[in-house]
Design a protein around this ligand. Sequence first.
Ligand SMILES: Cc1cc2nc3c(=O)[nH]c(=O)nc-3n(C[C@H](O)[C@H](O)[C@H](O)COP(=O)(O)OP(=O)(O)OC[C@H]3O[C@@H](n4cnc5c(N)ncnc54)[C@H](O)[C@@H]3O)c2cc1C
Length: 403
Amino acid sequence: MEKNIIIVGGGFGGIQSAISLARKKIKNVKITLISNKDYFQYYPGFYRIVTGASPIEVAIPLSDILPKEVNLVIKSVNDINLVEKKISCEDNYSFYYDTLVLALGSETTYFNLPGIEELSFGFKSVDEALKLKKHLVSLFEDFKDFDKNDSTSHFHFIIVGGGPSGVEVAGDLSYFLPKLAKEYKIDPSWITIDLIDSNSRILPTLPEKVSTRILARLRKLGINIFLNRTMEKEELEQVFIKGMSIKAKTVIWTAGTQLNKLIPKISGLQFSARKRVEVNEYLEAKGSDKIFADVFIVGDIANTPYAGLAQTAIHNARFVSKVISMRSKNKKIKIYKPEKVAFSIPVGVDWGVFSMGNINFYGFFAYFVRHAIDFVFFFQVLSFVKFIGLFIKGWKYRKIKLK
Ligand SMILES: Cc1cc2nc3c(=O)[nH]c(=O)nc-3n(C[C@H](O)[C@H](O)[C@H](O)COP(=O)(O)OP(=O)(O)OC[C@H]3O[C@@H](n4cnc5c(N)ncnc54)[C@H](O)[C@@H]3O)c2cc1C
């Protein structure tokens, strides 16, 4: 009888699971991917939408990515019952699985800090990124009278969070905002960009010397860095940070992520101290064998070393597909081995950092490597024709006006 493999989530872990499973050509299985969005979001490129790149380049229809062997269902999952092996979705749809791959990812958290969710900007979805870009352009476009008091907060930009996303967007804004100022004939010296972090250094997961180099680069680009400063609250055009307050019309929040809200509601899962799902050596959810055998957890939600990165989600997904395929042939399986991750962070438009273990390099080549990584990823998940079409459309978009 045909077995149902259901993948939940159409992000890095989900699409890679679908592609790898389809390639394995397992007999007598039906593969289904359920996602709440009909497109895949390439988060590493989102900061570029804020500064003018095309959303087409980072939001790819799932139907363009998934192999024909995979059935695509666009529905939001509301509940998963691991005992009944049942997935309940919106509009009273439900599905039963024999094997489940959960790849639901993470979402933004504002740590219940007053005002931040309502007043700050983010870029964890295409809509958010486009809203932020529109806001930035309108600040310059609508600026009429030159009132010095107002101008300081009008062109004051605060980025909260010194992780890769905060650093990348700060670097890009240091080029984009003066470009807008020139276009709308505004003195660029009014522009102030601050990057705020509660840690004693930016990018704390990278070696200290790499953080220091990036800090120096950001300062060279004119960005003010405030460390050991915790955000306390935001009010209209004013933010309150430990020991100080700043007037600013733009606060960009990149500081917090938490697991997808659905995960803690799934009865029976066990959680690590960092609130990720505990997994065994085959990336199955830990717990009673009967219920949890064949419930695989991949990506941001799995408690594995280096979780929280796209590269780990892809590695998890490839491993899980292998386990499912080998089990179908009753073959012996090697246990999960985490793969070391590389950090490739662009800072501005022609300088970047590449860091992997003891290998660190800086400058234009590192910047180029990051773009090459993006290119290789798309080339792997899209057909050649779609890949070329994507970049032509993206190129044309960049040529049109900043708005
Ligand atoms: C701005 C930003 C920049 C980043 N840059 C990098 C980088 O440079 N390098 C790197 O390695 N990592 C980066 N990351 C991290 C990386 O994107 C994540 O680690 C990766 O997306 C995790 O993959 P995932 O499959 O676990 O989750 P996701 O890719 O988030 O996928 C989750 C999927 O589940 C779907 N979903 C959610 N809820 C439901 C529901 N209820 N029902 C149905 N479907 C649902 C979502 O639509 C999505 O398709 C970045 C993240 C962000 C936010």
